[in-house]
Design a protein around this ligand. Structure first.
Ligand code: HEC
Ligand code: HEC
Length: 408
């Protein structure tokens, strides 16, 4: 029985797998944009963790919807799991407990980050975060490994004086996110227009009113579950994930969000519903231009063997995203959203593969989600069937009448 309950919890989590990470509500003024004027927010102020949790001493002000994403980010930065800092007594988590010294060290580290970022902000430099030092290890590496990489001579000055100065060694590893010199090439508008044409053109997209997608959902453990999504423009959706234990459904009819599992029917609200609504917005990956207040072309990057051109976008409430378009086909191959939090920026990546023509519209049949979530770092939806504009009974989106939980 315990097994079943656990399974269902996992299931209901994975339907909205890491969706929380997608959203950065108004209250979330990140370290990075502290000195920019706050975006006008019409949404009611979200509760912060010290109001909703039991034992918060340093993360004061963090919106509650960001707590778990931030905890996942801590775990990922350290290369560990929740139990590195939190007590687990025979399967029972006690998150408020301060019994582990690592938790208190983490508090000191959070203070270190917040303090350091005040200095960096004054210097107009980018903030640091846990990952800046830890990079997936609980003990950051401080000693430079010898021998140092042999520096390559700067172009045009082979072997000249100073060629060997360590300061001039090429930056290794990580590509830098900092803006590169403005590339000559198509504008962001050109790229977004090309995408719209590539998937079928504005007329075909405007004609889309419903979508039914059937296939499989596979989490990081590889287990394949039946997965079905039904959507109607502009915002109604119904999703269902089925295992041997039963089906978990979630829906939204334009005003009420809900979840139905073998345990019963619940209305959804708050951050969970907001995340689902954003993810299953009908035109989310079709009408891109409308979603950003500002866009900019950033130059080329490779994804595997594909050449892509990158566009960055900022939404009206200052969420940033990076969009990667195939240079040849114009199709969207990758979309990364960034959530600014007080202790670091948390990325969330969606890859689109296997585009096929469905009644004149090109749609990806494989969608891969990568998140800062050690429990489920990668999940893949593989569709076997996508139908356009098939009629969907409106009742599908409505909250079902409560039924008695069966079994459980
Ligand atoms: C590197 C250490 C670290 C890791 C790893 C970590 N946490 Fe935390 N967690 C903290 C600290 C520190 C606090 C308290 C923050 C404060 O005092 O402001 C906290 C608080 C919490 C709370 C609030 C408890 C309460 O009611 O006061 C929850 C819930 C929580 N963590 C869940 C998790 C989960 C789930 C994971 C794994 C995904 C996780 N944590 C991983 C350090 C960690
Ligand atoms: C400026 C670099 C830096 C940053 C930023 C940083 N740390 Fe650390 N952290 C360290 C160093 C150095 C140690 C000591 C490691 C050792 O003793 O091997 C450490 C140790 C820790 C430990 C104790 C590990 C253990 O094995 O007991 C925890 C927990 C921790 N950091 C959490 C965090 C969290 C959470 C953040 C982000 C809020 C963070 N750190 C940000 C440098 C950093």
């Amino acid at each position: 029985m315990k097994q079943t309950i656990l399974k269902l919890t996992v299931l209901s989590l994975l339907i909205g797998a890491s969706l929380t990470i997608l959203i950065n509500r108004g209250a979330a003024r990140g370290a990075r944009n502290q000195n920019q004027p706050a975006a006008p927010s019409t949404a009611p102020q979200e509760k912060t963790v010290e109001q909703t949790r039991k034992n918060i001493k340093v993360l004061t002000g963090l919106p509650d919807s960001q707590l778990i994403p931030v905890m996942n980010y801590f775990a990922a930065s350290m290369g560990r799991r929740c139990n590195f800092c939190h007590v687990n007594n025979q399967g029972q988590w006690d998150y408020p407990s301060d019994a582990k010294t690592e938790k208190n060290t983490a508090r000191e580290m959070i203070k270190l980050v917040l303090d350091t970022n005040k200095t960096l902000d004054r210097l107009k430099l980018d903030p640091i975060a846990c990952y800046t030092c830890h990079r997936g290890r609980n003990s950051p590496q401080s000693l430079p490994p010898l021998p140092l990489p042999v520096p390559s001579p700067p172009p045009g000055n082979p072997g000249g004086p100073g060629a060997g100065a360590p300061g001039q060694a090429p930056p290794s590893g990580q590509p830098q996110a900092s803006p590169s010199p403005r590339p000559a090439g198509p504008s962001a508008d050109d790229i977004l227009n090309k995408y719209l044409q590539a998937i079928g053109g504005p007329a075909a997209i405007d004609k889309m009113k419903t979508l039914i997608m059937k296939g499989a959902y596979a989490g990081a453990n590889g287990e394949k579950l039946n997965y079905e999504v039904q959507m109607a423009a502009p915002d109604k959706f119904h999703i269902a994930v089925t295992t041997q234990q039963g089906t978990v459904e979630r829906g939204f009819d334009g005003s009420v969000g809900w979840e139905k599992s073998p345990r019963g029917v619940n209305e959804l609200a708050g951050a969970v519903l907001d995340d689902l609504k954003a993810t299953f917005l009908f035109y989310r990956n079709l009408k891109l231009k409308e979603q950003f207040a500002q866009t900019r072309a950033r130059g080329r990057e490779k994804i595997g063997d594909r050449n892509t051109i990158v566009v960055t976008g900022q939404t009206a409430d200052k969420k940033t995203e990076r969009l990667y378009f195939d240079v040849e086909s114009g199709l969207l191959l990758r979309r990364i959203s960034y959530t600014q939090t007080m202790v670091g920026v948390i990325p969330y990546q969606i890859d689109f593969e296997d585009y096929r023509d469905v009644d004149g519209v090109k749609l990806p049949f494989t969608v891969r989600v990568s998140a800062v979530d050690a429990g489920n770092p990668v999940s893949t939806r593989t569709y076997t069937e996508i139908k356009l504009n098939a009629p969907i009974d409106d009742a599908k989106f409505k909250m079902p009448a409560a039924t008695k939980p069966s079994g459980g």
